[in-house]
Write a protein that binds this ligand. Sequence first.
Ligand code: G6P
Length: 504
Amino acid sequence: MGLPVVLLSHRAPVSFRREGGERTARRGAGGLVTALVGLAGQLDDAVWVAAASTEEDIAVSREHQGEDIPLVMDATPRIATAEEAEQGSGTPCLGIRLVDVEAKAHEDFYAVVANPLLWFVQHGLYGLSTAPVLGQREREAFEEGYVRVNEQFAEAVISEVQSRNGHALVMLHDYHFYLVAERVREKCPDAVITHFVHIPWPGPDAWRVLPKDMRERLLNGLLGNDVVAFHTERFARNFLLCAQELLGLTVDLAAMTVRVGGRVVSARTYPISIDVESLEELAQSPAVRERADRMEAQLCGEGRQFLLRVDRTDPSKNIVRGFLAFGLLLEQHPELIGKVTFLAFLQPSRLDVQEYIDYVGQIGAVVARINAKYTREGHGPIDLRLQEDFATAVAAYTVCDVLMVNSIADGMNLVAKEAVAVSRRDAVLALSESTGAYEELGAFAVTLHPFDVQQQADALYAALTMSEEERRGLSSAAARVVRENDVKKWLDVQLADVRALLEP
Ligand code: G6P
């Protein structure tokens, strides 16, 4: 791809820290970073714009005076030497530009508007007891935080595009930046602009929670793109229905386009995936195998089984109802008490947002209740670990019996794809019908209905008591789907579509 690429996401692909006087760079976890870092290897000229999120990020960004920072992106990323940046080092080199956002504006942007407001609206959490109230604080935070921060990032993107003579592919990501495309288009009319929304896009009624002017500004901002992309057809269709119902625009649901003035904006579907090869490498590394063997010895065999979940502590993940369903399972099938362990790796998330702090408290309370009721001979049925440890989570993927994903709503859910790709014991996926992943993997999973705890308990029972043959059939079919549609395909299809868009 000859065209330079300017990427934008809130989280950077690396974050810098100072450890023992030394500056270190850590590669960000998560599907998006893995997927997009892969791009760097394929492109001659790519820059990634993101927020400076640590003290050391800010120091690095000041040293480079807001200019691009050349990075060598291998297993342990580092800033490239001047020579490497000039000549290329054989390993993929990627420029990053870290934007230092003023603290109050960032808090309004991140902790009041993006999460929880937009996140809650888009995941159908608005109106539940954990949901925020939309008031003066939110309106102010929208203007002073969301709009301002979007302007600041748009300026950074514009300067990157302009330094490439105005010709670039701009790839914007997620709900933090719905107002960026419109501004970039104004200043850089020759750029091709795409925006990937990684979270669900609900239909018009859900958006009516937001004041009219706010939802119209968000939609109009996104319509500054050439392509708005989603993980499922349903989200893409909902987006067009919003343009039709909330803005009165003419949409073509067969062609999946909407007319905006003289332009046509396309809504496209590209289901994101994982880097199967590198996940398999990690799963087979001695350290991960050793952990997996230990877990297997402790939790499997002799009639024992283990159920796993791996999530951020996010209300959209439906963790509390998942534990309630597990409690019901033990109540209704007492023969499973002492035999089934529920291992829950929960990574504390967004603890600068009150709703998320409250949610961790609710999780703790329900786990304590169930463990108090069903602990036998020192064996508590739920092993809750509030930690971020990807290697241990991968070890657990390889040996668990059942992986539970019961999200209320989820753009994709890569945990489901990761677990089936590396399972060595034919793990059964118990998967919410409200995840993007369900569209690809639902046929090879036990379905969970996120609000129905009895149904979830029954489905977990079915998964745990399934015959070996049936398990193998489902697990291998799911793994095949993931292997055949890995993250490289996700990128290739998008780049091919952009090329088609550029053809006269
Ligand atoms: C989701 C979003 C990402 C976000 C991630 C972690 O996957 O789609 O944009 O970065 O959650 O959330 P955080 O608030 O920690 O960045």
